[in-house]
Design a binder for this molecule. Structure first.
Ligand SMILES: Nc1ncnc2c1ncn2[C@@H]1O[C@H](COP(=O)(O)OP(=O)(O)OP(=O)(O)O)[C@@H](O)[C@H]1O
Ligand SMILES: [Mg+2]
Length: 506
C-alpha cells in the first residue's frame, strides 16, 4: 500500500461510446501501489476498452483517470506512458529486424536517449530483464523465430523495462499451458512486490483469482460486482452471465464409432521448418462421425498437424480424406472437399462486417439452408447477432474468436478442425460452445478434430484422444483411460484453467 490516501490509479465515471454502442458506462475504481485489481466480464463487456481509455489509446467521452492524483484523461498515449502507465497487450507486434535484447533496450531508453544504445549499463540492465522473464537463452534471436509464450514474455520484458507505476495486463494466460501460466503469474506477483499497481484481465478465472487482491466484474459496459475474488465469483449475476455451469461429459456407448470407416487417415506425416522437424512420422485417423481430440502443450505440433491436413503446408507422408489422397491439393481444394479449419490461418476479413463474413462462409449453401443456419448460429452466439453490422476488426478478442467459429460452422463442413477454439472465450461461452458441439454431433453427420491444451474442454466430448509431444504422437486412447494413464502432467493443467472453476457449487 502507498501509505497515503491518494490511490496510485483512480478512475471515475469512465465512459466510451462507439457509434450507437455504449461500450463502457461510468466505470470507476481505485488501485493502490502494490495492489492487483482483477477485471472480469463476458466477451465484449468493455474490459479491453477500459484499458485503452486509461492508456489514452481511445479517448473517453466522459470520466476521470488520475495517476497519483494527476488528471490524465484526454492526454495522448505517449504522455500517459511517460507519466508511468504501461500496457501489455494480448497480441504483440514485434519489430522483425531487432533481436529480443534489442527490443528490451529500446524499451529502456526514452526516445531522446537512443544514442545511449551502446551504453554498458543499458546492456546490463536489458540482460537482467531478459533473464528475469526467462528469455536469457534466446535474447539474441529474432522474435519471428520464437514460440508463442516467449513472445508474450518479451512483451512483459518491455513493460518491465519502462518501469511503470501502473501496469495494465490484458489476458496474459490465454493460450499458455499450466507451467507457463504459473511463470507469468510469478512475474505479475513481482510487479506487486515492487509496488506497482496492476490491472489484470483474464478469462482464466482460477489463475486470476489466485493472483488478485480484489476483483471488479463488468457486464455490458457496466459495473456489476466488486470485492474479493471469492465474493465476486459467488455473485449471482456474475455466475449467470460469466461463469455459467459445468461442462458436462457426454454419455455415449464406448464403441459406437468403432464400426465406422475412417474418414481421415494420416500416415507417417513429417513436416520440417527449415531443419527443425515439427512433425515426426505422425500417424492417426478419424472415423466418420467421431470426435477426436489432440491434446498437447504449446509447440508440440498441433497447429502444424492441422495446417498439413488443411493443405496449407508441404509435408512428407500421406493424408487421405474420404478415400481421396490430399497430397498436392491446395488449401482451397481441401476446403471444397469438406475440411474446414478454424480459426483459420487465413483470418477474418477485418474490413467486412460480421454479417458479411458469415454470408461468405455460407455462400455455397443452397439458399434455403442459409437463413436457418444463420439463425442457429445467432442463437449460439447472441452477441454476434447484435454486432451484425460491425466490422470484424473492431470486435473484442472473444467476439472475433466466436465469429471465426461461426463462419466455420456456416460452411457446414464434413470435417471440422478446431484449433484451440477456447482461446479468449469467457467460461459461459465455453459452456455454450460445448453444448453446441454436442448438439451438432447428435443432429448432423459432422466429424470433429479438436486441438486443445485446455483438457477440461477437450476431454468431455472426445471419443478418442491423441497426445502429441515434441512432434510425435505418444499416446492414444479414450478419455477415461487418459485420466488414468496420462495422469497428472495434463490434468494438473486444470488447476490453471478457469473453465473448471465453480466457486461455491461444489
Ligand atoms: N472501435 C470500435 N467500434 C465499434 N465497437 C467497438 C469498437 N471497439 C470495441 N467495440 C465493441 O465494444 C465492446 C467492448 O469491447 P472490448 O474489447 O472492450 O471487450 P472485452 O470485454 O475486452 O471482451 P473480450 O473478453 O472478448 O476481450 C465490444 O462489443 C466491441 O465489439
Ligand atoms: Mg478484451
Amino acid at each position: 500500500m502507498s501509505g497515503t490516501d491518494t490511490p496510485r490509479l483512480q478512475v471515475r465515471g469512465l465512459t466510451k461510446r462507439f457509434g450507437g454502442l455504449l461500450a463502457v458506462k461510468g466505470i470507476g475504481f481505485d488501485i493502490q501501489a502494490g495492489e492487483i485489481l482483477g477485471l472480469i466480464g463476458p466477451n465484449g463487456s468493455g474490459k479491453s476498452t477500459v484499458m485503452k481509455l486509461i492508456m489514452g489509446i481511445e479517448r473517453p467521452n466522459a470520466g476521470s483517470v488520475k495517476l497519483d492524483g494527476v488528471e490524465m484523461a484526454g492526454w495522448a498515449p505517449h504522455r500517459i506512458a511517460r507519466a508511468g502507465v504501461g500496457i501489455v497487450f494480448q497480441h504483440s507486434r514485434p519489430l522483425h529486424r531487432q533481436t529480443v535484447l534489442e527490443h528490451i533496450k529500446l524499451a529502456l531508453l526514452p526516445d531522446s536517449l537512443i544514442k545511449l544504445f551502446a551504453d554498458p549499463h543499458v546492456e546490463r540492465r536489458a540482460r537482467e530483464i531478459a533473464e528475469r522473464v526467462e528469455l536469457g537463452a534466446v535474447m539474441h534471436r529474432h522474435p519471428s523465430s520464437l514460440p508463442f509464450a516467449d513472445l508474450r514474455r518479451m512483451e512483459m520484458a518491455k513493460a518491465i523495462a519502462r518501469d511503470p507505476k501502473v501496469v495494465l495486463v490484458d489476458e496474459p494466460f490465454a493460450g499458455l499451458n499450466a507451467a507457463e501460466s504459473e511463470s507469468f503469474a510469478a512475474l505479475i506477483r513481482g510487479f506487486r512486490a515492487e509496488g506497482r499497481a496492476v490491472l489484470l484481465v483474464d478469462h482464466n478465472v482460477k489463475s486470476l483469482a489466485a493472483l488478485v487482491d480484489r476483483v471488479l466484474a463488468m457486464y455490458l459496459g457496466e459495473h456489476v460486482a466488486e470485492g474479493t475474488a471469492e465474493e465476486v465469483m459467488q455473485d449471482e449475476t456474475v455466475r449467470r452471465v460469466y461463469i455459467g455451469g459445468k461442462i458436462e461429459t457426454r454419455e455415449r456407448p464406448p464403441d459406437e464409432a468403432r464400426s465406422k470407416v475412417s474418414i481421415l487417415e494420416v500416415q507417417d506425416l513429417s513436416v520440417f521448418y527449415g531443419k527443425a522437424r515439427a512433425l515426426d512420422t505422425v500417424s492417426m485417423h478419424v472415423r466418420e462421425g467421431e470426435f477426436v481430440s489432440v491434446v498437447g502443450l504449446n509447440g508440440a505440433g498441433k497447429t502444424t498437424l492441422f495446417n498439413a491436413i488443411s493443405g496449407l503446408l508441404p509435408y512428407q507422408g500421406r493424408i487421405r480424406f474420404g478415400g481421396r489422397d490430399l497430397n498436392g491439393m491446395t488449401g482451397a481444394a481441401v476446403a471444397r472437399a469438406g475440411i474446414v479449419q478454424c480459426p483459420e490461418t487465413r483470418e477474418l476479413f477485418g474490413d467486412m462486417t460480421v454479417r458479411e463474413n458469415l454470408d461468405l462462409g455460407g455462400y455455397h449453401l443452397p439458399s434455403g439452408a442459409r437463413l436457418p443456419q444463420l439463425t442457429w448460429l445467432f442463437e449460439l452466439f447472441p452477441i454476434l447477432k447484435s454486432r451484425q453490422g460491425q466490422t470484424a476488426r473492431t470486435l473484442s478478442g472473444g467476439e472475433q474468436q466466436m465469429l471465426a467459429i461461426a463462419r466455420a460452422l456456416m460452411m457446414q463442413p464434413k470435417l471440422l478442425v478446431l484449433d484451440e477454439p477456447t482461446l479468449g472465450l469467457a467460461p459461459v461461452i465455453l459452456e455454450q460452445l460445448s453444448k453446441a458441439l454436442e448438439r451438432l454431433q447428435q443432429t448432423t453427420p459432422i466429424t470433429v478434430l479438436l486441438g486443445e491444451q485446455n483438457v477440461t474442454f477437450a476431454l468431455p466430448h472426445a471419443d478418442r484422444v491423441y497426445v502429441l509431444e515434441h512432434a510425435r504422437i505418444v499416446w492414444e486412447g479414450n478419455p477415461a483411460r487418459f485420466a488414468k494413464e496420462m495422469g497428472r502432467g495434463y490434468l494438473e493443467a486444470e488447476v490453471a484453467d478457469g473453465t473448471s472453476v465453480h466457486p461455491g457449487s461444489e
